[in-house]
Write a protein that binds this ligand. Structure first.
Ligand code: HEC
Length: 367
């Protein structure tokens, strides 16, 4: 029953791994200092430590774990020997010894760390390697504790103790053990098919109760206390989405171009267009677009395009004879508004308005 654990071999492996990590971390540190491009915050800074401190911390922790592994392994093999030789009488002394061995390393870890004046590079990669190594050590420790438990159980067979896991399982399922199944066997038998009268598994039963409580709470919250129902929630989210889209368009007027512009017809946009026209355009195109230095904008005759895209383009990019490109002064939304205003002007024909210039746009479209 002797557990065989080769400490020498174990320590050799650990030592080799450790040395390789340290040398690796130095290589990596050089590589990083050679190329200081867009570095992430190193792990030690995230912990509020210097790289040396983190290094010492991780190394001490690892050494601690190694000491724990070694001491547990030797205690375990001692207990194993002891149990094999002397099954009936084991006293408290042996246990104390084991506990003492387990406490010693934690006392070691409590020693305060002196603030070092030198700098040991400890990269994130090294950190993760050491951490995974520590996790492996912790798993080994847990495994050994399991073995030790088993041995102690062999020494104290009087106190049969179910593991927490088993007890938890039992409390979840509450199944009758196979040995005593006869007690819950129901008295019918159809061609050898019998039925057991097991309890409902508690996990299921309590889960069911939870759904009842949940249903009552749900009903009260949503149908009595005015919680937001899904349809309403949908409408609210749609409205939020539309508001976000509208805001985005306002923030990005450059998105409106001659290629995608649409004519606006709502009163607000037309009045916005009118005030832009009054401010910038009336001097040449006159009130109502009747025409002056610039041509009549109310007739069907257009030098350039007479649809919303064409008008937008002329205003935005300008034309000959003093019609400048307004895109330096007005943004896409403003040009869209003034173009939409121009599109809906009432006709002012000669003699009140200027003589037509350009081609009849309507005829041109029909052609
Ligand atoms: C300095 C005078 C002047 C101002 C100010 C001016 N325009 Fe013009 N606009 C002209 C002239 C001149 C033309 C004709 C260009 C040509 O003959 O090639 C014209 C042409 C146009 C056309 C094209 C007409 C067609 O038949 O294709 C539109 C549309 C137009 N202007 C709208 C505007 C708007 C909107 C504003 C205000 C933002 C504005 N203009 C301000 C002088 C002006």
């Amino acid at each position: 029953m002797k557990t065989h654990f080769n400490i020498k071999g174990f320590l050799t492996v650990i030592g080799t791994l450790f040395l390789s990590v340290i040398s690796f971390s130095q290589d990596a540190a050089e590589a990083v200092s050679a190329a200081p491009v867009a570095q992430e915050i190193p792990m030690y800074e995230k912990f509020g430590l210097t790289s040396t401190e983190l290094f010492i911390l991780m190394v001490s922790f690892t050494i601690l774990l190694v000491i724990v592994v070694v001491s547990i392994s030797s205690s375990t093999s001692k207990i194993a020997d002891y149990t094999a030789k002397n099954k009936s009488k084991i006293n408290g002394k042996g246990l104390l010894l084991i506990l003492g061995l387990m406490v010693a390393p934690s006392a070691f870890s409590a020693e305060p760390l002196e603030r070092p004046t030198f700098e040991i590079p400890f990269t994130d990669t090294a950190f993760w390697i050491v951490l995974s190594f520590d996790i492996i050590l912790i798993m080994i420790i847990l495994y050994m504790v399991g073995i030790m438990n088993g041995l102690l159980y062999a020494i104290y067979p009087k106190k049969p103790r179910k593991s927490i896991w088993k007890r938890w399982q039992k409390s979840l399922v509450d199944a009758t053990p196979i040995e005593s199944e006869a007690s819950i066997l129901m008295d019918h038998d159809y061609d050898g098919i019998k039925e057991l009268d097991n309890n409902l598994p508690p996990w299921w039963k309590y889960g069911f109760y939870v759904t009842i409580v949940w249903a009552v709470g749900y009903l009260a919250y949503y149908h009595l206390l005015g919680g937001v129902l899904q349809e309403e929630e949908y409408l609210i989210e749609m409205a939020e989405g539309e508001a976000a889209v509208a805001q985005y368009k306002l923030d990005h007027p450059e998105l409106v171009t001659a290629d995608n512009v649409e004519q606006l017809t709502d009163a607000q946009s037309i009045s916005k267009g009118r005030s832009i026209f009054t401010e910038f355009c009336v001097t040449c195109h006159m009130e109502g677009g009747a025409g002056g230095a610039g041509p009549n904008l109310t007739d069907n005759y257009w030098i350039y395009g007479g649809d919303i895209k064409g008008v937008f383009k002329t205003i935005s990019e300008g034309a000959d004879n003093g019609m400048k490109a307004w895109n330096t002064q007005l943004n896409g939304l403003e040009i869209q508004a003034v173009a939409s205003y121009v599109m809906q002007l009432d006709p002012i024909l000669p003699p009140l308005g200027q003589e037509p210039k350009g081609d009849n746009f309507i005829e041109k479209i029909i052609e």
